[in-house]
Design a protein. Sequence first.
Length: 198
Amino acid sequence: MTKILILGANGQIARVAIRLFLARTDAQLTLYLRNAHRLTETAPADRVTVIEGDVLETATLEAAMAGQDVVYANLSGALEQQVSRILSAMNAVGVQRLIFISSMGIYDEVPGERYGSVLDSYRNAARVIESSGLDYTILRPAWLNDRDDIAYGTTRKGEPFRNAAATVSRSSVADLVVKLAMTPGLESRGSLGIHKAP
Ligand SMILES: NC(=O)c1ccc[n+]([C@@H]2O[C@H](COP(=O)([O-])OP(=O)(O)OC[C@H]3O[C@@H](n4cnc5c(N)ncnc54)[C@H](OP(=O)(O)O)[C@@H]3O)[C@@H](O)[C@H]2O)c1
């Protein structure tokens, strides 16, 4: 049974992913978030463990990491600092697989667009992950929406981002997170742009 640690579990994509993991898989989930009382949905106790913590708290993070198969990071803010703590904790406890939500534009891969320093923390975090020895997949969604449709395509690093003018649903990103988490080796050491399927 796959054990998945979800960092930033109250994030908007993470909340959709949790629903999909529970509905489609038998994975055991550990939800890691700063304010546990914010979780609104009741989760089955035999499938879900909740840990209150900040990803910058090394001891709490390492304890949560122990025994996990997959770390899915759905964070915002000081991403470079967060990633360095996450990678240290993964190395300390021997977890290899990381799925990390980033953003389109970090490689200037969007035709006709150059996102400036606003994406620096995403760029720097991706650089740190890519220079690690981990089994990672970075996801770079287009602008997001909260519709229920699952309709997306992906592009690999080095390819131009497609259909950047359209928003892609958080449900689509969550769908891909679940597939990646449940399929060992899928897009290992890859960085995928996620666009709305036209
Ligand atoms: N908006 C867009 O169109 C768009 C497009 C592409 C990519 N993205 C990026 O994709 C990522 C995920 O999107 P989303 O909509 O799911 O984001 P979100 O709802 O803002 O979720 C981010 C989560 O990170 C948590 N977090 C931040 N710092 C933390 C820390 N130090 N320790 C633990 N948790 C921490 C926050 O926790 P709290 O709830 O405690 O604050 C929040 O729940 C974000 O980085 C977002 O910027 C967004």
